[in-house]
Design a protein around this ligand. Structure first.
Ligand code: NA7
Length: 546
């Protein structure tokens, strides 16, 4: 361990700590957090499980992985120079382009010298005597730090299905999150995909282009809408670059930080003809407009939601030739937009291919994985490859996988077993000096837009502490209770909170995650920022700073 007496570690106890701040994760959040802490003159280090930067965009290299947010809205906005020099090649960048972008950021700002790769954090414990955290890696290395900053994303703990026999399969198998760096060929192969979430929709569409035979095992269909990706030419990039300030301003004004803002009208305010024309227009436009830029009541009013669901169902019926398959692909247990809407580039047409089969596992459940393939209640399917697109233990799952202990050894996993409780999604009572970037009960959406605000807020708090010789920051019980109540209240009346999905904390493959919980702030980003700004303006109320 190296000895240092540095910027933040300067007050009362004056312990010799390895770092002022340890950041877990070198994704979009962690990279920017490191950049900001360096500006403060702190000694910070990122500990990262992977061997490269990028987080989500480092791991999820499955075929078809790409943005559903417009590339130019996903870029960091903090550096004019970066905005000037980076050209996006596609309206919705693929994984490779995004990974290149984040590597470029790491190089440009010389971030790598403070990033330690191949370093999975297994445990972190708070010590009151030194007001510091002890962070332990899986391989036994340990570091002491004043601040522990989690930048671990909301979808980083991949989950395998609880199906018997997974280990027995003799062919190739992959979880989409852990896709290999080497190319994988599907040619002449019999491939199974389990799952039909946003990941599967992208992967299936890409795999279907070259596969021998593809069989999709579907438990719950999702409402998908067209992405309409395209290349960005030089002229378009020039126009985008010139309008970055307006683009970012517009994103910041919208509830999800997307470029698409809800239409002020209610669904029933317009005539059926006008409604239909509006929806046709949205369906033909790129990106999340049909979800995020729709009439403002489609996610709160059951009647409105039924109408838009019916519109999308008609589109599915038009695009899928076999009416029986079309019906299977139309969700029956939730309305449009109440789960994450996968954006697609020819997904429905895949089911018109003679070499693609859809298996509804509600009709014929999977009994087990066998050495040669998959056995359902009525058939044994033989496969060369099984792809698990089975999602994540979302939002709190990555926290659960680290043994995080606060005051007197209290476990964070236990503390949150009935749902997360936080102050502004950043702090937790009894876990002093631990700060979360995009933690539970923060506002989700277009990630980098939200990340930049979150990181700046966290950085501001650390600066405030440093300037006052404060070495211990903790959320108060009252603050946590207030915020947790407010987060719950902000979710009332929203249809998606009545539906099982990763956004409501349900993952049937994980013990204890079978019932819905309020996992995220749904009052919209502008209101979220108002709350956080007010806390700063009032001198960090509801925080105990000593
Ligand atoms: P999702 O959206 O959680 O999707 C996981 C899919 O896997 C979903 O269709 C699940 O069906 C299915 N699944 C999970 N377990 C099983 C079992 N045991 N049997 C059959 N099918 C199963 O994860 P994604 O990776 O697609 O997307 C996550 C987010 O990443 C996405 O929203 C983007 O924002 C990026 P279910 O719906 O549970 O019936």
């Amino acid at each position: 361990m190296s000895a240092s007496q540095t910027a933040a570690g300067c007050a009362k106890a004056a312990p010799v700590l390895d770092f002022d701040a340890v950041i877990i994760g070198a994704g979009v959040s962690g990279l920017y957090q490191l950049y900001r802490l360096r500006e403060l003159g702190l000694r910070a280090r990122i500990l990262e499980t992977g061997s490269g930067v990028g987080g989500t965009w480092y791991w999820n290299r499955y075929p078809g992985a790409r943005f559903d947010s417009e590339s130019y809205t996903y870029a960091y906005s903090f550096s004019q120079e970066l905005l000037e020099e980076w050209n996006w090649a596609e309206r919705f960048a693929g994984q490779a382009e995004t990974e290149r972008y984040l590597n470029h950021v790491a190089d440009k700002f010389d971030l790598r010298r403070d990033i330690q790769f191949n370093s999975r954090v297994a445990a972190a414990s708070y010590y009151e005597e030194t007001r510091s955290w002890d962070v332990a890696l899986e391989d036994g290395r340990r570091y002491s730090t004043r601040f522990l900053i989690t930048a671990i994303g909301v979808l980083s703990a991949a989950t395998m299905p609880r199906i018997a026999g997974v280990e027995s399969f003799r062919g190739q198998s992959f979880h989409t999150h852990y896709w290999p760096k080497e190319p994988v060929s599907f040619e002449s192969k019999r491939v199974a995909v389990i799952g039909t979430g946003a990941t599967a929709v992208q992967a299936i569409t890409e795999i279907a282009k070259t596969v021998g035979q593809l069989t999709v095992f579907q438990r719950t269909p999702n409402w998908c809408a067209p992405l309409h990706n395209a290349k960005i030419g030089e002229d378009e990039m020039r126009r985008i670059r010139a309008s970055y300030p307006e683009i970012f301003a517009r994103c910041n004004e919208s509830p999800g930080c997307f470029i698409h803002k809800p239409d002020r009208r209610r669904t029933h305010e317009v005539s059926p003809e006008e409604r239909e024309a509006f929806w046709e227009k949205l369906y033909a436009e790129p990106g999340f407009g049909i979800w995020q830029g729709n009439f403002r009541d489609i996610l709160t009013d059951r009647g409105a939601n039924a109408l838009i669901s019916d519109f999308i169902a008609r589109k599915i019926r038009q695009r899928v030739k076999d009416p029986v398959i079309a019906e299977k692909l139309i969700p029956k247990n939730h309305g449009f937009g109440t789960r994450r809407v996968p954006l697609e580039s020819g997904y429905y047409e895949v089911y018109n291919q003679p070499n693609v089969k859809l298996v509804d596992i509600n009709e014929t459940p999977i009994e087990r994985i066998i050495p040669t393939g998959i056995r359902t209640s009525d058939t044994e399917y033989e496969f060369d490859m099984i792809i698990y697109a089975t999602g994540f233990d979302a939002i709190t799952g990555t926290f659960d996988r680290i043994d995080i202990r606060g005051i007197d050894g209290v476990s964070l996993k236990d503390r949150w077993k009935d749902g997360p409780q936080t102050y502004l999604g950043v702090l937790i009572e009894d876990f002093p000096n631990m700060l979360m970037v995009m933690g539970p009960h923060a506002a989700l959406g277009n990630f980098p837009r939200a990340v930049e605000y979150n990181v700046d807020w966290v950085t501001g708090l650390i600066r405030h502490a440093r300037d006052r010789g404060v070495t211990r920051i903790e959320a108060t019980a009252a603050g946590v209770a207030q915020w947790t109540d407010h987060v719950k209240a902000s979710g009332e009346g929203l249809l998606f909170n009545e539906i099982d999905s990763w956004m409501t904390g349900v993952n049937r493959n994980v013990e204890g995650k079978q019932t819905r919980k309020i996992m995220r702030y749904s009052g919209g980003h502008p209101t979220f920022r108002e709350h956080c700004d007010a806390v700063v303006a009032e001198g960090y109320r509801e925080l105990a700073l000593v």
